[in-house]
Write a protein that binds this ligand. Structure first.
Ligand code: ADP
Length: 168
């Protein structure tokens, strides 16, 4: 399918910033394959199975979305899949340099695989998995930044985490 795209990431855990990219991507592509990166040497809060389960519960039963995991070279996965390109999100300028390098190396590895970028929604500018885990681990509420299923799973990992907040 030429109009399918792979959206790779660690999704540790999925946040509303990721959800925004997925929803907007679905208006442009017929299908999104959400690819959970799996690196046994990288320490994550959630296992790959937990991350996949949270994504699946968040996206629900949508035939236009598939969730998968992979530990090899991203371009090899894309080539073997029905996708034509890679989808990535851009937040602050700090994302830019890394994403630029990644897109260039992927294109060097497989010339015909392009990376498409979507700018973050302004509400999710500062929302990333690391900041969510840090705040939750210190007992702060991350309600509104992550899907409800993630809030529940974070509460299991961090029992002291507050559930409600006054922020917007
Ligand atoms: P994180 O950087 O939060 O750990 P990932 O590695 O899972 O996230 O990121 C996967 C992709 O989603 C990357 O392209 C990243 O820039 C993008 N992304 C993550 N959070 C947001 C957000 N709040 N807005 C837009 N894109 C985002």
């Amino acid at each position: 399918m030429r109009n399918a795209v792979v959206y790779p990431g660690s999704f540790d855990p999925i946040t509303n910033g990721h959800v925004d990219i997925i929803n907007r991507g679905l208006t442009m592509f017929e299908k999104i394959i959400i690819l959970v990166g799996y690196n046994p040497n990288k320490k994550t809060l959630f296992s790959v199975e937990e991350r996949i389960a949270m994504i699946e519960e968040t996206v629900g039963d949508n035939p236009k979305v598939r969730v998968d995991s992979f530990s090899g070279l991203l371009v090899d996965y894309v080539k073997k899949s029905e996708a034509c390109c890679i989808l990535r999100g851009l937040r602050a300028m700090s994302d830019f340099e890394y994403e630029f390098q990644l897109a260039l190396i992927n294109r060097r590895l497989k010339r015909n695989i392009e990376t498409v970028f979507l700018m973050t929604g302004s509400k999710w500018f500062y929302c990333n998995s690391s900041i969510v885990k840090e705040a939750a681990g210190l007992g702060g509420s991350v309600k509104g930044l992550v899907p409800d299923v993630v809030l529940k799973r974070l509460k299991e990992k961090f029992p002291d985490m507050q559930i409600n907040n006054s922020g917007r």
